[in-house]
Design a binder for this molecule. Structure first.
Ligand SMILES: *Cc1c(COP(=O)(O)O)cnc(C)c1O
Length: 482
């Protein structure tokens, strides 16, 4: 398996899975993809149906990471996908499944269900990939005798998933910037209560955008970055995307009885990482009917899938919503899909994403490329705060199931794309406790809290408050990496 950039770099060069594991963008600014998607045969699909999650993950990942010896990869996946790690299940009986499928009911002739992806340590789907990344990073760094200092900015989900994945890992430190006093008490406690010496919470006196600007400033200081061995774990990381492919297969097997059936998935989307994994599963041969992209008021992606126009938003045009992990101005993994949509033509991808930088977007309607979107199964929809509140209430009343705001966006949009006889699987991306305010608004009651999280707000917290100043952050990191 060789990896190439969506903008053309690396064609004719050799880039293995391990080569691109620790990096971010390709050197030409593009995103890495395999030179071709591995295909799953009918025999394999039949055999995989019975596999436990960890072994299914092994079978899928080995197709993308053939430079890691099988016995090592098997050990890594078995250590990652355990009932101990994904222990925050709503129903104990499901603990061994890692991503249980919860059937809601039949609507419009279509079985409607939720694929629970948020039973990991931080109660959001990012754990599914990040936990594997922690183990892969530790393994790869040890092999090459290297260390890594991860620098990131978070307003919640990504940062805590990264910290819980990297805590206690040899050769890795995490420096996570978050806006001082701007996160919910629950999210603050989740991150700041970690006492591991390799985890550094930095509360920046500013807002989330300031934190992101500091990370950018540090990343642009190439000498510093190289000297301090700074890396990132953002959503464009290829290993994160590929780890997410696994649960599309798992969800398919749980929702069907035979491999002749087809299913649709609805994916609450922001940076297009999650649904990009669904696209890859489909390209590998998983029988997927529709991939439904659900957005909130930040509807960059819905606009594209309805009109063929991709128009990134300015930060002033980006709404702060009650499904905050989908509040994006541009979708950082979208380029991977555009590459496939355009028949893998790196010259055109390069031109289009130059247009994004220079003109704020591009239009594929006129060129006729947009018509091909259907061949890839994509459709979309958007949801608002009122839709979320209504959907949370409705799912609770009809199905006795409490869902979070992001999942509610998914259910709302899924209902607009049901097809009789085709199971619709909505990906559950977080647990309600993380977004309690909207639960209280919708249901006039407290969100369900998994047992492991009782009283976390009262635990001692470990964090450092720093001025909104990249130089100050650089000095802080340098003092701790000597
Ligand atoms: C990150 C996140 C999303 C969006 O996923 P993308 O891969 O960025 O599209 C949706 N819901 C929750 C809860 C998230 O944390």
């Amino acid at each position: 398996m060789n990896y190439i950039s969506t903008r053309g770099a690396g064609i004719g060069e050799r880039h293995t899975f391990s080569d691109i594991l620790l990096g971010g963008l390709a050197k030409d600014g593009g995103l890495y993809l395999p030179n071709e998607y591995p295909k799953v045969s009918a025999d394999e699909l039949a055999r995989w149906r019975a596999l436990p999650y960890a072994d299914l993950a092994f079978e899928i990942l080995r197709k993308f990471s053939d430079d890691i010896p099988d016995e090592d990869l098997r050990e890594l996946t078995r250590r990652t996908y355990t009932a101990q790690v994904y222990c925050n299940v709503r129903d104990e009986e499901n603990a061994a499944q890692i991503t249980p499928l919860k059937t809601l009911g039949v609507e419009g002739g279509a079985p409607l269900s939720l694929l629970e992806l948020s039973n990991g340590p931080t109660l959001a789907f990012k754990d599914m990939a990040m936990q594997l990344l922690g183990n892969l990073f530790e393994y790869t760094l040890a092999k090459h005798g290297q260390t890594l200092n991860i620098l990131g900015a978070t307003s919640g989900d990504t940062g805590s998933a990264a910290e819980y994945a990297m805590r206690g890992k040899k050769g890795i430190r995490v420096f996570m910037l978050s806006p001082h006093k701007k996160m919910s008490a629950f999210q603050t406690a989740q991150m700041y209560s970690l006492q591991d010496p390799n985890i550094f919470n930095i509360a920046v006196e500013g807002v989330f955008d300031d934190c992101q600007d500091i990370v950018k400033a540090v990343s642009n200081d190439h000498a510093y970055k190289a000297q301090q061995k700074i890396g990132t774990v953002n959503s464009i990381n290829w290993a994160r995307v590929v780890a997410q492919v696994v649960y599309y297969f798992k969800g398919y097997f749980a929702a069907t009885k035979s491999n002749d059936e087809r299913v649709s998935f609805t994916v609450p989307s922001g940076n297009f990482g999650n649904v990009c994994a669904g696209h890859i599963a489909r390209m590998m041969g998983l029988p997927v009917e529709k991939l439904v992209v659900a957005t909130n008021e930040n509807d960059v992606l819905d606009e594209f899938f309805r009109t063929g126009i991709y128009r990134v938003r300015k930060s002033a045009e980006t709404y702060h919503t009650s499904s905050p992990s989908m509040d994006i101005s541009k979708a950082s993994n979208f380029e991977r899909f555009v590459f496939d949509l355009l028949g893998r033509d790196p010259q055109r991808v390069l031109q289009l994403f130059r247009d994004v930088e220079e003109k704020g977007g591009f239009d594929l309607q006129a060129s006729g490329d947009f018509a091909r979107v259907q061949e890839f199964g994509f459709v979309s929809g958007r949801s608002s705060h009122d839709d979320r509140v209504d959907t949370i209430r409705d799912v609770f009343e009809q199905y006795d199931t409490m869902i979070d705001t992001h999942t509610a966006d998914g259910v709302k949009v899924a209902r607009e794309h049901l097809q009789a006889g085709i199971p619709m699987i909505v990906l559950e991306t977080a647990q309600p406790i993380k977004f309690g305010e909207t639960i209280r608004e919708a249901l006039e009651r407290e969100p369900e809290r998994p047992a492991a999280f009782s009283g976390i707000e009262d635990l001692p917290q470990r964090f450092e408050v720093l001025a909104n100043d990249a130089e100050r952050v650089k000095a802080f990191v340098a003092e701790r990496t000597r």
